[in-house]
Ligand binder design. Structure first.
Ligand SMILES: Cc1cc2nc3c(=O)[nH]c(=O)nc-3n(C[C@H](O)[C@H](O)[C@H](O)COP(=O)(O)O)c2cc1C
Length: 234
């Protein structure tokens, strides 16, 4: 396969519905940021999604906002409209490309199967939100959006962050994985010889983008580029 063909296919997601393979390009995405450690993953992912011209419905839990304030220099402001303006300016997003949604904004597209985005990522994902999604509680828009993505058989990625993991956490992850969700713990590798935190963040974000079928240049693929030089160690 030519490189250009590989690139085109990288943009396309495959879904198995009723035994039939369907392809879906990710143009709209729900991004939920919850109160687990790992806000830099979320912000880097958002930056990449904006660059890839994806329309993002952003949902940030209250603890998520607190953790962003503790782990980054970003001052978001409390109201969704303020957060939307701050992020749109900071990331030079197109007008309307980022919609920041309130926790009980039930009229938002992501609240219904008829407005479901192509995929949803919860990054970082707390064990609390993991539990709510695995149980289908749907008490907040964020939980409802994940429930909708699952019922509509769209791709749900949960970037869970906790250690150690209890039996409860593991059971919830297994339940979601069996429903087709992708559990992607925030566990960066070290074989790309990270020079700093940015490289570790990019490792995780690159894998998320790969699973969304969004072309990424953050990390060379295994066996290609500079990683291929490690052949002599194998
Ligand atoms: C600085 C900070 C770091 C936290 N890190 C984690 C974490 O890594 N994983 C986790 O499950 N909860 C973590 N928590 C606890 C959650 O924020 C808390 O359980 C919260 O109720 C989760 O709510 P949410 O899922 O609606 O965001 C952290 C809290 C703070 C303040």
């Amino acid at each position: 396969m030519e490189d250009s063909e590989a690139c085109t296919w990288a943009w396309i997601m495959h879904l198995e519905i009723g035994g039939k393979a369907m392809v879906r390009k990710v143009t709209t995405l729900g991004l939920a940021i919850t109160g687990a450690s790992g806000a830099p993953y979320a912000l880097r992912l958002l930056e990449c999604l904006i660059e890839a011209q994806v329309k993002v419905y952003l949902m940030i839990s209250k603890p998520g906002q607190i953790v962003i304030g503790m782990e980054t220099d970003l001052k978001l402001g409390g109201r969704p409209s303020q957060i939307q303006q701050t992020l749109t300016e900071r990331l030079a997003a197109a007008p309307g490309q980022i919609s920041v949604l309130d926790r009980d904004q039930w009229t938002a597209p992501v609240a219904s199967g008829s407005g479901v985005p192509d995929a949803m990522v919860i990054c970082p994902c707390t064990t609390g939100t993991l539990s709510c999604v695995a149980s289908g509680t749907s008490r907040t828009l964020l939980e409802r959006a994940a429930d909708v993505v699952l019922k509509e058989r769209r791709r749900l990625i949960a970037v869970v962050r906790e250690m150690p993991l209890s039996e409860i956490h593991l059971e919830h992850m297994l339940r979601l994985a069996r429903m087709g969700a992708i559990i992607m713990p925030a566990c960066p590798g070290f074989y790309h010889r990270p020079k700093g935190v940015t490289d570790l963040v990019d490792f995780v974000v690159a894998r998320i983008l790969d699973h969304l079928g969004i072309d990424q240049r953050l990390m060379p693929r295994w066996g290609l580029g500079s990683l291929a030089e490690t052949d002599s160690f194998l």
